[in-house]
Design a protein around this ligand. Structure first.
Ligand SMILES: Nc1ncnc2c1ncn2[C@@H]1O[C@H](COP(=O)(O)OP(=O)(O)OP(=O)(O)O)[C@@H](O)[C@H]1O
Ligand SMILES: [Mg+2]
Length: 315
């Protein structure tokens, strides 16, 4: 957390964010998501909690450089964007969201100017979190050495990497990506991001945690459902699919004029084929790619790190 020593950096940053003129590239997002809203991903959450202190005055006095950023890659719907949002809450910093697609403007030289403007804005607001969702989409042209766009994405990408490498202002970049094949290798070199995490499908224990969170998020008591049984019944489901199933069950129950029952949820599950199953090949390829390159976001071997429940309860 940011310390209150004389001035509260959070208040200053919030004021700066308020005065930010909307330039259409960067948007200030209200950071209402916390780490408690994320089921599973214990190792990633631990990492965020431990790094969060590094923006304080005492960390600076200790000689710690401000953390640069985090890259989260993984299977669609597993909570990458959710975690990016929760990072700002965990660090107690304002959250800026960058739409990379908009950086690439129409006229010559516009994209470079756009990137400069984004960097200036983020540095003026620092300390802050700069969230870049699906970063591979913005930079995908750079891998082809600019053959498709006259080298623009290549140049913008180069400037972005230099900034990541050299930046001294505390702008913590959280980038998410699904399609790693579109990420240029320079991107992954150490020195740019502090860490890269891989988010896999949740295991049974994590799915039970996600059920608890999702049920509570929709205004119901998780204790009214056996979430361990629900978790067992939805193997290969992502967090996004679990939430979609619950919403489906809510609709069905509402149409009948009653509260949702476990049976409605189990019924809704039968209408869902998990994406990971449909995209079996891609899921396996992503896992293979991540092995040895990225840190696991969840610990499969250390149940103690995962919010209390014992593995034996669900396995
Ligand atoms: N681990 C989780 N814990 C709690 N809720 C989750 C989790 N994963 C996903 N969800 C729910 O699913 C929604 C979608 O997740 P999110 O957008 O973070 O996925 P993503 O990994 O960014 O997917 P994509 O790759 O498609 O962008 C979240 O807003 C949340 O409601
Ligand atoms: Mg996302």
């Amino acid at each position: 957390m940011v310390e209150t020593k004389g001035i509260d950096h959070r208040v200053v940053a919030r004021e700066k964010a308020r005065t930010l003129k909307r330039n259409g590239l960067v948007e200030v997002v209200e950071a209402t998501t916390s780490l408690d809203d994320i089921g599973g991903l214990g190792l990633l959450k631990d990492w965020l909690v431990r790094r969060g202190g590094a923006f304080s005055a005492s960390a600076k006095a200790y000689g710690l450089p401000a953390p640069k950023g985090l890259l989260i890659v993984g299977i669609p719907g597993t909570g990458k964007s959710l975690t990016a949002k929760a990072t700002a809450g965990a660090f107690g910093l304002p959250l800026l969201r960058l739409d990379m697609g908009r950086v690439f403007g129409g006229i010559v030289g516009q994209s470079e100017a756009n990137l400069r403007s984004v960097i200036q804005t983020a540095e003026a607001i620092a300390p802050c979190v700069l969230w870049i969702d699906e970063i591979e989409k913005g930079f995908s042209g750079s891998k082809s050495s600019g053959s498709t766009d006259g080298g623009t994405s290549s140049r913008v990408f180069g400037s972005f990497l230099s900034w990541m490498q050299e930046k001294e202002k505390p702008v913590f970049v959280v980038a998410t990506a699904n399609d790693v094949s579109k990420l240029p290798p320079e991107f992954l070199r150490k020195g740019r991001f502090d860490e890269m995490f891989f988010v896999d499908l949740p295991d049974a224990l994590e799915r039970a945690q996600i059920w608890d969170i999702v049920i509570a998020r929709h205004g119901r008591k998780p204790t009214g459902f056996d979430t361990v049984v629900l978790a067992r019944a939805c193997e290969q489901f992502t967090g996004a699919e679990i939430e979609a199933v619950f919403i489906d069950a809510l609709h069905e129950a509402y149409a009948d004029g009653r509260e949702p029952r476990p049976k409605d949820i189990l019924e809704a599950m039968t209408h869902t084929v998990p994406l990971a199953q449909l995209m079996d090949g891609q899921t396996a390829a992503l896992r293979h790619w991540a092995k040895g390159r990225a840190r696991e976001a969840a610990s499969r071997a250390a149940p103690a790190a995962r919010n209390g429940r014992r593995m034996t309860e669900v396995n």
